[in-house]
Design a protein around this ligand. Structure first.
Ligand code: SF4
Length: 369
């Protein structure tokens, strides 16, 4: 974010956010509010065939719009009022990113550079992408502002207040998708909702609430493909269920990955349960605490454990949170555990713990995310 010229002054010369200035106003809104708006749009956009290109496009478009006084996080309506310019900038910057990234992307994905396209669902339609991915998200703070006005109230942090009004960060991450009035629906997935929670609480430390409901264990791990690949290859996921269970749940889709390998669809793990350690009282005690006090997703003692919530249990009473774990998984996934037959296992810091490396090489060679 410090590469965006409208927000340069939010950061010190070491690139650290000026935390003591988060409550300063930048126009009508606090800096905390503006950053939160930026993160929500960013979480929705942070997907697609080439993440590096997606992030470059996001940065270039924001810089271009702000240089033309279209200040979309300060005045979300400007995106629509100046829709012609918004569309032109997205198209122009997409062409620029394509020139930089298409050859590399095509090489890595055994594809044709001409097919490089960051617009949603591989269509070529910029209008759908602009409205569905950018516009819908920008409408959330705008609608919150309108609703406050309707009720004769004012706030310099409508989005922040809305987010922290939920019982926990986990509930919030579900509501930014499913809420009847403000939910983004299919524009945001579970992974992006959890990524937003991680950025808000862990990466940018924007959270104002000071309790376990918005603390380091208050949301689930964002199961993206890098994290999922590491959790699978290391054998972590096989601690909780058999390979046949993952096949039955469509987490493992045989022959559906690149080059005919088995595809690991990590997001399908969500909601799947393990009863392997149901008779371990301490384990279930910890799970009850996580569900009731941290995630706030259950009122009573559960009998089975949802697999995607196991990292929260294991991190209980440690100095680490979900954000730290996700940072570590992303680091391993993007620097060592590449999505092909020959990841850099010999240099990988977790190789001695990794089932794929030490014992079951087929977990590396036969599966792709
Ligand atoms: S040892 Fe290899 S397979 Fe295991 S996590 Fe590291 S890079 Fe991935």
């Amino acid at each position: 974010m410090q590469d965006l010229f409208p927000f340069e002054h939010y950061f010190d010369n070491k690139g650290e956010i000026k935390r003591n200035e988060l409550d300063n106003n930048d126009g009508l809104w606090t800096r905390r509010e503006i950053i939160t708006r930026y993160l929500l749009v960013s979480a929705v956009l942070d997907q697609g065939p080439d993440l590096e290109g997606v992030r470059l496009l996001f940065k270039d478009v924001i810089n271009a719009l702000y240089s033309k006084e279209i200040r979309i996080f300060h005045k979300p309506l400007d995106f629509f009022k100046e829709l012609g310019i918004s569309i032109d900038e997205i198209l122009e910057k997409h062409d620029g990113v394509k020139k930089i990234r298409a050859d590399t992307w095509a090489r890595e994905n055994k594809s044709n550079p001409g097919k490089y396209n960051l617009f949603t669902d591989r269509t070529n339609q910029v209008l759908g992408y602009a409205i569905y991915r950018w516009g819908v998200v920008l409408c959330v703070p705008f609608l919150l502002e309108k609703d406050l006005q309707k009720n004769g109230r004012e706030s310099s942090e409508p989005l922040v207040a809305y987010i922290e009004d939920w019982d926990s960060a986990e509930i919030m991450s579900q509501q930014i998708k499913d809420n009847k009035r403000y939910g983004l629906g299919k524009a945001i997935g579970d992974k992006a909702g959890h990524l937003f929670a991680k950025w808000y609480i862990h990466t940018f430390e924007l959270v104002k609430k000071n309790d376990s409901s918005f603390g380091p264990l208050s949301y689930e791990l964002p199961f993206d493909s890098n994290a999922g690949r590491v959790l699978f290859r290391t054998g972590f996921l096989l601690n909780w269920a058999d390979l046949s269970d993952y096949k039955n749940w469509d987490v493992i889709q045989e022959g559906k990955g690149k080059s005919g390998k088995h595809y690991i669809r990590v997001t399908n793990i969500r909601g799947r349960k393990s009863d392997r350690f149901s008779d371990l009282k301490d384990f279930i005690d910890s799970y009850e605490l996580i569900c009731v006090e941290y995630l706030k997703v259950k009122k009573r003692r559960p009998s089975k454990v949802e697999i995607q919530q196991i990292p929260n249990i294991l991190l209980l009473n440690t100095n680490y949170g979900i954000g730290d774990l996700d940072d570590g998984l992303m680091y391993i996934g993007t620097n060592y555990c590449f999505n092909h037959d020959e990841p850099r296992c010999f240099q990988c810091p977790v190789k001695n713990l990794c089932l794929g490396y030490t014992n079951r090489n087929e977990l590396i060679t036969n599966y792709r995310t």
